[in-house]
Design a protein around this ligand. Structure first.
Ligand code: AMP
Length: 408
């Protein structure tokens, strides 16, 4: 069944902007400018702005004008200064090296007039799309109003491609000329590498807090992978399902059956599953807690596993180093606390080493991507995906509405 879903997925062909002729056009680009802001509204991490520069420069260099639209945060009650995209203009102008005009409302007279007056090479940024509840509802009337602001549609926001919002999918139907920006194309291309043309041996490293978030992706990957490494908080539900005792470690009671099913399925498909044999355990969920090492299947009452242990680190490292394709999603422990970051760091080192030896490595999902970037390894792996939920859904074999909408 997995195969037929993927066949469908791959039949969607997405045009890249490099195939469009853009001179004299007005290009509406959905970007992901959902960046973190400091208390005084400075952009504290401009990764997402920088990521869109190739798309922006390509459009401007082609002699087109550019209308940028994005969401920022999760505003609940309409326009709120805290979530205004106005705050990002200084950072954006500095990166692009050109002035950026601003429309205080993403639709309406001001946006229409400013968009209409744009000359080629000029840039207009629209106010936060999520100031309208119609955006997330995928309202067609709202999508049509947005579509009037340009004559070419480009989607470069992979991070929201799994949502059928007005700007991410619905508005595409109003354009004959539409394409994926460079971020979107690169994300899909790299995701495809681990789905369709993975070299073997292939390992998927799953971590993070919840089994429930990763069930579908694990099931889908079992047809492709040779090794499944399970670390992080989710490993304890697996140990419990296998009859272990896990103290106060994270547990999803209602997923015990699921864990057994995944283990059975893996066996059936000849996938070797690697659980952490030992753990770093703590007597409290705190960086300052007392900590020690013990077998993961025998954690004493009052203690919890917050990182994989030394033996697990060695085991996992060995598996990673013998693989040619590596997909990593989710940290091995509570890496935000230095006391429990060693497992995640060790795996990151192993992935970097394997990559240097010729393996292809894709790091996906917000937390593992953050961990790899924090460690300064971002450029030593093959690709770090920017799209958490979108990448997971793609890996689960789902058709992403934002990608489907760009199909011909
Ligand atoms: P996820 O969003 O599912 O990838 O989970 C990421 C989160 O899982 C991070 O915030 C980690 O701190 C957390 N996490 C990883 N390992 C553990 C663990 N052993 N116990 C509790 N939380 C964990």
């Amino acid at each position: 069944m997995g195969m037929s879903k993927f066949a469908l997925l791959n039949s969607i062909s997405m045009k890249s902007i490099s195939s469009l002729s853009l001179a004299g056009k007005k290009v509406l680009v959905r970007v992901d400018f959902n960046v973190p802001l400091t208390a005084d509204f400075q952009v504290s991490d401009d990764t997402r702005l920088r990521a869109t520069l190739p798309t922006i420069h390509h459009i401007l260099d082609a002699g087109a004008s550019l209308v940028l639209m994005s969401h920022l945060g999760r505003p609940k009650d309409g326009p709120t200064d805290k979530y205004s995209l106005r705050h990002i203009i200084p950072a954006l102008e500095k990166l692009i090296g050109k002035p950026v005009q601003f429309a205080n409302d993403c639709i309406g007279a001001e946006a229409s007039e400013k968009a209409a007056a744009l000359q080629s090479g000029e840039i207009l940024l629209l106010e936060n799309l999520r100031f309208y509840k119609e955006e997330e509802k995928g309202d067609i009337g709202f999508a049509e109003k947005l579509s009037k602001l340009g004559n070419v549609y480009v989607n470069d926001a992979f991070g929201t491609a799994h949502r059928a919002h007005a700007s991410t999918a619905v508005m595409a139907q109003f354009f004959t000329e539409k394409a994926a920006g460079f971020v979107m194309s690169a994300e899909i291309e790299n995701a495809k590498k681990v789905l369709d043309s993975a070299q073997k041996p292939y390992v998927a490293i799953m971590g993070g807090a919840k089994v429930s978030d990763k069930i579908l992706i694990m099931e889908n990957l079992l047809d492709r992978i040779d090794h499944l490494i399970i670390g992080g908080g989710m490993a304890y539900t697996f140990w419990k399902a296998k009859g272990g005792v896990i103290g106060n470690s994270l547990l999803e009671e209602d997923r015990l059956e699921t864990c057994l099913r995944i283990l059975d399925l893996a066996k059936e498909k000849g996938v070797e599953v690697h659980l952490p044999m030992d753990s770093t355990i703590a007597d409290a969920f705190s960086n300052e807690a007392q900590k020690t090492n013990c077998e993961s299947k025998g954690i004493p009452a009052g203690w919890m596993g917050l990182d994989i242990g030394q033996k697990a680190m060695q085991d996992f490292r060995e598996v990673v180093l013998k693989c040619k394709t590596i997909l990593w999603n989710g940290p091995m422990g509570v890496f935000e606390m230095p006391a429990f970051a060693e497992g995640t760091k060790t795996i990151a080192h192993a992935v970097v080493e394997a990559t240097a030896n010729g393996a292809y490595s894709l790091i996906g999902g917000g937390d593992s991507a953050a961990a790899v970037n924090q460690l300064g390894f971002g450029d030593q792996v093959s690709y770090v995906s920017t799209g958490g939920g979108a990448l997971l859904e793609y890996m689960e074999g789902k058709v992403l509405p934002g990608v489907a909408a760009l199909g011909e």
